[in-house]
Design a protein around this ligand. Structure first.
Ligand code: HEC
Length: 243
């Protein structure tokens, strides 16, 4: 019977091997099971959408700086997106949207013959002029800035594109002056009120010197305000007694 036993062992071993071969993919499948993605293919994140998603408080452009280096040709190219509805040349006709010659710096609803929406006249009551900031906010997200506007345009989320476009609009019949550079809008300038934390690279508030003039700040950080005698006690610098 030893021969049968040997055969049994061989069959047993073969069966076990077969079982393992069958089982391994199942077990592996159970362990490494992956859901099919809802949408096939790679998600390409367009820069405009990326910027839109990050709703971080962005500094408004410093017009006095950015307009000097704006790219008019790129602005004209960006205006292609507006041309379905707008002309911009002097004397151009109104289309789905009003002619935009001279609109920058002009009154909101600058074309008397155009049938603007009620939303736009409501907006005009609050902000009567198309200044740089107003235009910038409108073009960023028209329906957010003027809720109910009939300008059905999603907006331009890319700030350099808007800056170039606004510089181009300025070249089309606008005499809106370029404002002086505004240091509070420079990148790295003191952050807006929401975040009081000091911005990297920015000197903390109490360095003892006025950052604009370089002059010592009165009484800051223990600095004497006047040349006091070295023997004078530090408390008796500038404060009137009893205050
Ligand atoms: C789908 C058509 C359409 C597109 C595209 C479009 N607009 Fe408009 N736009 C309109 C309409 C319609 C109005 C009037 C809105 C209202 O009355 O609410 C308008 C209003 C405006 C106004 C206000 C004009 C005024 O007299 O107060 C400006 C400025 C403007 N558009 C600029 C642009 C720019 C710049 C672009 C391209 C980035 C653009 N629009 C793209 C249709 C469009």
């Amino acid at each position: 019977m030893s021969g049968d036993l040997k055969l049994n062992k061989i069959f047993g071993a073969a069966l076990a091997t077969a079982l393992v071969i069958i089982a391994v993919p199942q077990v592996a499948g159970a362990i490494y099971h992956r859901e099919a993605p809802e949408k096939m293919g790679y998600f390409v994140d367009a820069p405009e959408e990326a910027a839109a998603g990050a709703e971080a408080p962005e500094l408004a452009p410093d017009w006095g700086t950015v307009l000097l280096t704006a790219d008019l040709a790129a602005g004209e190219a960006a205006f292609a997106r507006c041309q379905a509805c707008h002309t911009v040349a002097s004397g151009g006709a109104d289309g789905i949207g009003p002619n935009l010659y001279g609109v920058l710096g002009g009154p909101v609803m600058h074309r008397p013959g155009f049938a603007y929406s009620d939303a736009m006249s409501t907006h005009k009551a609050e902000a009567p002029t198309w200044g740089y900031d107003e235009m910038d906010q409108f073009l960023t997200a028209p329906a957010r800035y003027v809720p109910g506007t009939k300008m059905s345009f999603a907006g331009l989320r890319d700030t350099p594109t808007r800056v170039n476009l606004i510089a181009y609009l300025r070249s089309q019949g606008s005499s809106l002056a370029v404002p002086a550079p505004d240091p509070t809008r420079q990148p790295g300038a003191a952050a807006p009120a929401e975040s009081a934390a000091p911005v990297e690279g920015e000197a903390p508030a109490a360095t003892g010197a006025d950052s604009a003039t370089g002059a010592p700040v009165v009484g800051a950080a223990g600095q004497p305000t006047t040349t006091t005698s070295p023997t004078a006690p530090p408390a008796a610098t500038s404060e009137p007694p009893g205050n």
